[in-house]
Design a protein around this ligand. Sequence first.
Ligand code: FES
Length: 140
Amino acid sequence: MKVSADRIADLAARHGEKPGALLPLLHAIQDEMGHIPPSAAGIIAKALNLSSAEVRGVISFYHHFRTEPSSSPRVEICCAESCQSMGSEALLAHARKTCEVHPVYCLGLCAVSPAMMVDGKPHARVTPEKFDSVMKKAAS
Ligand code: FES
């Protein structure tokens, strides 16, 4: 997807009025564009009255954020206690056979462990078979 500086500025202006706007804005940009382009940091910094270094620091701190476009879905599998006790290690090993996986620590879905996110969409009670099904749908 073509990255539009005007669109980033528009999103920044829309989120900039709210307290704690940086994370929701970064999520909005990534949700819409698939990643946060490096050129966005300056636009965001100006809109939120932050330094570009602060914005880049937050983007690099959270592994969820991509700074380059990708053709494959972003897969995050929870490896925190509840999910671990329900088989996330085996799920992680299964998933790594076919795609790049990012371990995360609690998606807030502990009651329906093990949990994962695929391009920001949550999935609960994920078995290896369910993982394969979700990934097949994501590819189509
Ligand atoms: S421990 Fe996995 S979602 Fe909370």
